[in-house]
Ligand binder design. Structure first.
Ligand SMILES: Cc1ncc(COP(=O)(O)O)c(C=O)c1O
Length: 384
């Protein structure tokens, strides 16, 4: 195994990691040619796998034509991508701001919310995760992530997740937006009940606040629908997307209505947001996801996974939660040794906090790789 150069990088995840040199579908290969199955190694950005050939071809072809273009000029590939994206969404959505990452897409949503309502307050959820830039971090719950950077942006409050009464009590006429993940990812895979999302919609409507869904991790088919809000039939005012939207190429999208955009005062801009390369990748990715009905595949494989994992012994597993191919196994012990044991067996999974094993495999994962992954988890966590 190739050793990473010591100390060259900083940030979470920058230390003691295995070197991966290439991939195909849900398979990742290290420098020695050893193959691993991706059960979460791409952090939810790899819904189409490691190097989707259609996305790779689109990027290469676009790179040969035009890599970058300022947003002041029209670009056919950007228009085609936006049309494709909006075509997947309810008609109420008609405006998109393109950026380069999830945290930037959240920042744009926060600016839209404050500017369009003229109000300061953002109501977010305990255990929520929305990114690392200072605005998105202010909406993020985990103390260890927030504290070293305080003071953060004022007027962010956090309420218990899946508690409609607490949410309703926190929303008032100073509230610009309610910001929620339909399934909390980093916070441990907690699935919102449809009633909770409906209560969020009602609270926002009651006070003319905006409802913002952060679907950075849940979006683009992962939960068994193209967007997780479809499960509950609750349509937000602002939808935040990133991660898998462009098949692994950096992108962020903040989607809203023409009516809300018309109320937006001030300006927002990104040099690289919506670059021809990102849009070409996004167009190819959305075509692949829809043509191959990957949300349905996520629903089917996810159901198999949940059914098997829910039979793990209660002595070691507190709870198994999930929706589609977004699954969390909450252990009664620390997850790090379980991740190491899975890696030993050739499966690269992910944690969410100290005790949750998080599974975010590509939606294109071979059935055999998925069931072998489940068997590996049963072998590692199965002993009482
Ligand atoms: C729900 C959610 N929002 C926002 C982000 C931030 O995205 P990025 O890392 O692309 O900035 C993440 C990243 O994990 C996320 O899961």
């Amino acid at each position: 195994m190739a050793e990473p150069p010591a100390g060259a990088e900083f940030g979470e995840g920058a230390r003691s990691r295995r070197s991966i040199v290439r991939g195909s579908g849900a398979r990742l290969f290290d420098a020695d040619g050893r193959s691993f199955v991706d059960l979460g190694a791409t952090h939810g950005a790899g819904n189409l796998g490691a190097a989707d050939p259609e996305v790779a071809r689109a990027i290469a072809a676009q790179a040969a034509e035009l890599i970058h273009l300022g947003t002041g000029y029209a670009s056919p590939v950007r228009e085609a991508f936006l049309e494709r994206l909006l075509g997947l969404l309810p008609r109420s959505f008609g405006r998109v701001f393109l950026s380069n990452s999830g945290t930037e897409a959240v920042e744009a949503a926060l600016k839209i919310a404050r500017s369009a309502t003229g109000r300061p307050r953002i109501v977010a959820a305990m255990r929520g995760f929305h990114g690392r830039t200072l605005g998105a971090l202010s909406a993020t719950w985990r103390k260890e992530l927030r504290e070293p950077f305080e003071p953060l942006v004022p007027e962010f409050v956090h309420v218990p997740y899946n508690d409609p009464a607490a949410l309703a009590a926190a929303v008032d006429d100073r509230t610009a937006a309610i910001l929620l993940e339909p399934v909390q990812g980093e916070g441990g895979i907690h699935v919102a009940t449809p009633a909770y999302l409906a209560a969020a919609r009602a609270a926002a409507d009651r006070h003319a606040a905006l409802l913002v869904f952060d679907e950075v991790q849940t979006g683009i088919g992962r939960t068994g629908r193209m967007f997780a809000f479809e499960h509950a039939g609750v349509v937000p005012d602002v939808l935040v997307l990133a991660k898998s939207l462009a098949g692994g190429f950096p992108i962020g999208a903040t989607v809203t209505s023409a009516e809300i955009e018309a109320r937006f005062r001030g300006s927002h801009h990104s040099t690289f947001g919506g670059s021809p390369l990102a849009c070409a990748a996004g167009l190819a990715a959305l075509e692949h996801v829809t043509r191959d009905r990957l949300p349905e595949r996520a629903a089917a494989l996810g159901a198999v996974g949940l059914e098997r994992l829910r039979r793990l012994p209660a002595a070691r597993v507190r709870e198994v939660r999930g929706l589609g191919l977004m699954i969390g196994v909450e252990l009664r012990e620390r997850v790090a040794p379980v991740l190491a044991a899975l890696e030993e067996r050739g499966f690269l999974a992910l944690n969410a906090g100290a005790t949750v094993l998080r599974l975010l495999p590509p939606l294109v994962i071979e059935e055999r790789d998925w069931t072998d992954g489940l068997s590996a988890i049963e072998a590692v966590v199965g002993g009482g």
